[in-house]
Design a binder for this molecule. Structure first.
Ligand code: C5P
Length: 398
């Protein structure tokens, strides 16, 4: 009964998979959740409010501008009531409307008006799922911290086969239960670094790297979803802050070091996912450097090693480092685990289209007496798995 007392709004949009949604309501209630159902206009072409009223034992919500409904539980009250909004099935259309912030019906309005986490279970024709517009919309939604479960791969209603099936209701409930049972992380303070650093050369130029920050942001989202208090120290990235995460923006490694050290002593877990520049320019020019025919030499000096400094704190947090390597990944990671005195290290291959600035990732996670491979999978799934693994280590460390 891990969903015991949890207030879940189940949004149902108009796809054939909506016939599975009453079963989902039944399973959510069996797991202890209180469920209120919102049907879009399209959904009502496939399933009726009466069906959902019978299985949820609650009035079903269908209209935004219905005076009677507003005098019952109005849309803002409903948005506040929710601990979680789950949309299953989520059609390509509902994804597009959410991605663009539309509020043209009750369900999309609730999604804008709530502070609760939102999970989508997409279901559609496989060509629609793979269409460029849907890919972009999915990426926008995930960047904003909206979680996707599925779609599953397999036979589709129209007789074709591919990715587009609604994840089975049983598996959706298991995923929601898993999320609220990351109790080792719940209530803990997790400090995360993400993104690259920019090391200035002169007022207009800097040294940087290819890190997009996506892995660190996905970890922040996963930790927040697992109930942690999350502080995210981010280098210059173009990403939206996941819901419920405190974000501190920095540019240089020095600034990142300062922001982290100010918070590290009272953190329970430190995850260094940033690609921190190892060196900075010794003499930053006051004015833009002028071009000449001569070669130019920049003197570089080492930056502080943020992770090493946190790991050396007397009663510091559990430390998790990343080792992004282009070769001998495991050997380098193992050496780093020992050298920096870390509790855990996540190694991944970068370069040649892997690791940096892409959506998928594979991590080899190594600790003193164990190791586990996570992925290949989208960064959000790898992040959720890593947060779970860190929770288990925290439990073992007592
Ligand atoms: O030594 P290397 O840079 O390969 O180690 C990578 C790990 O150390 C990553 O977790 C990275 O975030 C962290 N790091 C750091 N400060 C630095 C350099 C790396 O926190 N100056």
């Amino acid at each position: 009964m891990t969903l015991s007392g949890r207030h879940i709004i189940l949004g149902v949009s108009g796809g054939i998979a909506a016939y599975k949604s009453p079963d989902l309501v039944r399973r959510l209630r069996e797991a202890g959740a209180e469920v209120r159902v919102v049907l879009t206009r399209g959904a009502q072409a496939f399933v009726t409010p009466l069906t959902f009223q019978a299985v949820s034992h609650q009035a079903v919500h269908t209209d935004l501008l219905d005076a009677d409904a507003e005098t019952g539980m109005g849309h803002l009250e409903l948005a506040r009531w929710a601990d979680e909004i789950l949309i299953a099935p989520a059609t390509a259309d509902v994804m597009a409307r959410l991605a663009h912030g539309l509020a043209d019906d009750l369900l999309t309005t609730l999604c804008l008006a709530t502070e609760a986490p939102i999970t989508l279970c997409p279901a559609m024709n496989h060509i629609m799922w793979q269409a460029a517009a849907t890919r972009d919309n999915a990426e926008i939604l995930e960047r904003r911290g909206i979680r996707m479960l599925g779609p599953a791969d397999g036979p589709l209603a129209e007789g074709e086969s591919g990715p587009g099936r609604l994840m089975e209701p049983r598996d959706i409930v298991t995923a929601l239960q898993g999320e609220s049972s990351h109790s080792a992380i719940a209530g803990r303070h997790v400090l995360i670094t993400a993104g690259p650093t920019h090391e200035p050369i002169d007022p207009v130029r800097f040294i940087a790297n290819r890190s997009s920050g996506r892995m660190g942001f996905a970890l922040a989202a996963a930790a927040a979803q697992a109930g942690a208090r999350v502080s995210l120290v981010a280098g210059p990235v173009k990403l939206t802050t996941p819901p419920g995460v405190e974000r501190v923006d920095v540019k240089t490694a020095d600034q990142m070091h300062e922001a982290v050290m100010a918070r590290a002593a009272e953190a329970d877990i430190f995850i260094a996912a940033a690609a921190v520049a190892d060196y900075r320019v010794e003499q930053i020019a006051d004015q833009k450097l002028k071009k000449s025919d001569n070669s130019l030499t920049l003197n570089l000096k080492p930056n502080p090693d943020i992770l090493k400094d946190v790991a050396a704190l007397p009663s510091g947090p559990l430390t998790v480092g990343f080792a992004a390597e282009t070769e001998s990944v495991r050997e380098h990671a193992q050496a780093k685990l020992v050298d920096k005195r870390l509790d855990m290290i996540a190694a991944n291959q970068v370069g040649d289209g892997m690791g940096f600035d892409v959506d998928g990732n594979t991590l080899d996670v190594i600790w003193a007496d164990g190791e586990q491979r996570l992925g290949p999978a989208p960064k959000r799934d790898v992040a959720t798995a890593l947060i779970q693994l860190i929770g288990e280590r925290l439990n073992e460390a007592g």
